[in-house]
Design a protein around this ligand. Structure first.
Ligand code: NAG
Ligand code: NAG
Length: 478
């Protein structure tokens, strides 16, 4: 089981998982995770009253069959204006097929799950919830959606209802968000920023495109007030991104030249199959590239090359499996909560290598000045990191791209400390987050909060601001 967990991927995981099952005999993955621990948690203590969502439950996407999307909404903790004007961030997890409750309880939600180490001689880890000082709902409302249906607590009444492509995903998300905004007249006018991570790099441009197209045909009162899109460590233009692993790992000193050559061959095969439109085979070829890199480096996880053990997202699964937890979240008790749905993953398998770059181009070129787009990456991610993102951004077909590429990268500090780098021109912003892997808010809670707040409010480096001044000293080659 450890090997499977270590191989589990939140951006194309289920396939990786399925393949891992067949390949277990190779034992190509290090048993980096500690042995699975039994978990205990007294249910009454698990969900303190103040940790409960402001609203949660189900938004119908298919009223005739009963398919519905699970949502959990947390109102802003310290709103700075009337609630009817406070922005709302929507969060989508990747996969395809992983639950946004990972984002909620392990990354950016107001309460995060943690486990205390078992006392000597015992093997039981105690789970508990702790307030998150870097929560993204300090100034904004925060809406988690379990997307697509069939994921997390969402209900897929039939297998046919589950999306196979980005258009159906976007259609369901639009229906769900529209239903959410009708829950309360105060919600309707609030600016909406759609955010997410990893495979959501596919969902978010598709959804942004769909909303903009739909809005243009709707009366103002029925539009979704979309104000921006933020993608963390995203997979967006896979054919470009899959070709960057070898150089990235080689120039990071993680593989040698011969291994670089071997990896490049595997990448070329993924590119070839993608260009042929042999989609399923292309997805498998990408998984082979990542497995090869994993095998060459022996890392605990490609999500963060500095980690000694994988991210512990299984805590979220353990947290949400109990009857009490489901009642607290107002989720259907009969649903067995899993981090990631193999069924949804398998149905989206042929979608993985399809690019949504044209949707990003559409968003940047729309609404006169362009819909605001933020691309941010944790610097230590070997799957969908900085190099992978810059490779496709360079190729964007958009009037502003030359100005963006030639505008300087600025040093970004939070409370005087180096946090990363920001490059911005017009509606496009790019942020490198230092000291973070694939799950940026998990690794850098405070800095990720500062980033999203400044970006939404157009403050600091996202406004007219300048980089904080800093002294540069020559250093010896120690
Ligand atoms: C897709 O690629 C696989 C693997 O290379 C190959 O076996 C299969 O025949 C290809 N399918 C088509 C329709 O080309
Ligand atoms: C890589 O795979 C080979 C066999 O496929 C195995 O012998 C080797 O131990 C693996 N290396 C790592 C670091 O997992």
């Amino acid at each position: 089981m450890d090997r499977i967990r270590a191989a589990y991927s939140m951006e194309s995981g289920p396939f990786f998982l399925i393949h891992s099952l067949f390949l277990l005999s190779y034992a190509f993955l290090p048993a980096a995770a500690p042995p699975p621990q039994p978990f205990t948690a007294p249910p009454a203590l698990l969900f303190p009253k103040e940790s409960l969502p402001t609203k949660s439950g189900y938004l119908p996407v298919h009223p005739t069959t009963g398919s519905a999307m699970f949502y959990a909404f947390y109102e802003a903790q310290q709103p700075t204006s009337r609630l009817s004007e406070v922005p709302i961030l929507v969060w989508l997890q990747g996969g395809p097929g992983c639950s946004s409750m990972i984002g909620n309880f392990y990354e950016l939600g107001p309460w995060r799950v943690t486990a205390s180490s078992p006392p000597a001689g015992q093997s039981v880890e105690h789970l508990s919830l702790e307030p998150n000082p870097g929560s993204w709902n300090r100034l904004f409302g925060l809406l988690f959606l379990d997307n697509p249906i069939g994921v997390g607590f969402s209900i897929a009444a039939t297998n046919q209802d589950i999306p196979r492509d980005q258009h159906s995903v976007a259609e369901h998300l639009f229906t769900a968000i529209t239903a959410f905004l009708k829950l309360d007249p105060e919600l309707n006018s609030r600016p909406i920023y759609i955010t997410g991570e990893s495979y959501a790099g596919k969902y978010l441009p598709s959804m942004g495109y769909y909303i903009l197209k739909k809005n243009s045909r709707l009366p103002i009162s029925r539009r979704v007030n979309l104000a921006g899109v933020a993608i963390g460590n995203g997979l967006t233009d896979p054919v470009t991104q899959v070709a960057t692993h070898a150089v990235n790992a080689y120039y990071s000193g993680l593989i040698n030249e011969a291994q670089k050559g071997e990896l490049e061959e595997a990448q070329s095969e993924a590119v070839r199959l993608t260009r042929m439109g042999n989609w399923s085979a292309a997805t498998d070829a990408r998984s082979r590239v990542l497995r090869l890199l994993q095998n060459m480096t022996g890392l605990a996880t490609l999500y963060d090359f500095s980690r000694k053990e994988p991210y512990r997202t299984e805590w979220v699964m353990k947290l949400l499996q109990s009857k009490e937890a489901k009642a607290a979240m107002r989720a259907k008790e009969s649903i067995e909560f899993k981090e990631c749905s193999d069924e949804v993953g398998a149905l989206m398998h042929a979608d993985v290598m399809k690019s949504v770059k044209p949707m990003v181009e559409f968003m940047l070129g729309s609404l006169g000045e362009g819909l605001r787009v933020l691309l941010y990456q944790g610097h230590l991610d070997l799957r969908d990191g900085v190099v992978s993102t810059e490779a496709w951004v360079r190729t964007i077909d958009w009037d502003g791209i030359e100005s963006f590429l030639t505008s300087g990268r600025k040093v970004w500090r939070v409370k005087g400390e180096l946090a990363g780098f920001v490059q911005k021109w017009g509606s496009l912003s790019h942020v490198v987050v230092l000291g973070a892997g694939h799950l940026v808010p998990t690794d850098q809670p405070i800095n990720s909060q500062a980033m999203i707040e400044d970006w939404v409010l157009e403050k600091g480096l996202f406004g007219e601001g300048q980089a904080e001044s800093f002294g540069v000293q020559d250093q010896p080659e120690l």
